[in-house]
Design a protein around this ligand. Structure first.
Ligand code: HXC
Length: 257
């Protein structure tokens, strides 16, 4: 049984993954997370895929990890399953990932959206880390990524109460790039993905790497990393082509080399 609908070339170079477990508000059971990770790893290796959009449906992006599935687990089950290595694999993907979020993005659903590089939200989106209400805490990055995105005081408030926050709040606090009407959120995300997919792919990959380092390194180390990636791009044919095309006043033809 598949919990995803995968479509390639929804726009040139763009693959779309729809989480498809609507009866459970796309609760992220282990099979779904496994399938999602395998699909992403495989799309990441395909040259024709330049950007990936992950979405749910209008009612829910994902309402979190599957509570029913983990309710009776013990710590040894958790350790042996080591589900979070899946999340680490997603974090290491090279291609840009865009989350198109409508409805609930809660718990692991909010964490999945935050694992993506860009979040586009429908005005109906609701974000939250409500794990505290079921006796646990965020486990797939929520305490770290939400805090870095919206600041300590707000992250504490929302993680300690489990309250939800709106798309407008998420936008004002910098968690999401843009909030659009519900009829447009997927369209908007796909168009953005297509715009990125039309850029030179090695530069996109090295830019993504460098921006992500801003979360992990000191400013000094981050600047060093950025500079190394900048220099590296001068070994690509696309750098020569991009600069030549500018001077010749014509559109560039990217080779991905
Ligand atoms: C399993 C879930 C689920 C979940 C919803 N459902 N969320 N099943 N795990 N996380 C199921 C419901 O049981 C129900 O199934 C159906 O989806 C519809 O949900 P309702 O509750 O009837 O809908 P509604 O009244 O509209 O309320 C929506 C809701 C609520 C506010 C989103 O469902 C809710 O609070 N869900 C749990 C949110 C949550 O706590 N998420 C964090 C999980 S922990 P039936 O069969 O009864 O009709 C987590 C840890 C992350 O994510 C760790 C890393 C992965």
């Amino acid at each position: 049984m598949s919990f995803l609908i995968v479509e390639k070339e929804v726009r040139p170079g763009v693959a779309l993954i729809r989480l498809n477990r609507p009866e459970s508000l796309n609760a992220l059971n282990r099979a779904l997370v496994g399938e999602l990770t395998e699909t992403l790893l495989s799309l990441d290796k395909e040259d024709s895929v330049r950007a990936i959009v992950i979405t749910g449906n209008e009612r829910a992006f994902a309402a979190g990890a599957d509570i029913k599935e983990m309710a009776n687990d013990g710590v040894v089950d958790m350790l042996l399953l080591d589900q979070f290595q899946r999340w680490d694999q997603i974090k290491r993907l090279k291609k840009p990932l865009i989350a198109a979020v409508s409805g609930y993005a809660l718990g692991g659903g909010c964490e999945l959206a935050m694992l993506c590089d860009i979040i586009i939200a429908s005005e109906t989106a609701q974000f939250g880390q409500p794990e505290i209400k079921i006796g646990v805490i965020p486990g797939a990055g929520g305490t770290q990524r939400l805090t870095r995105a919206i600041g300590k005081s707000r992250a504490m408030e929302y993680i300690l109460t489990g309250r939800f926050f709106s798309a407008k709040q998420a936008e004002a606090w910098g968690l999401v790039s843009r909030v659009v009407p519900v009829e447009l959120y997927l369209e908007e995300a796909l168009n953005l993905a297509a715009e990125i997919a039309a850029m030179p792919p090695i530069a996109v990959q090295l830019a993504k790497q460098a921006v992500n380092k801003a979360y992990e390194l000191s400013l000094e180390e981050g600047l060093h990393f950025e500079r190394r990636n900048f220099y590296l791009l001068f070994a690509t044919e696309d750098q020569k082509e991009g600069m030549r095309a500018f001077m010749e006043k014509r559109p560039p033809q990217w080779k991905g080399k």
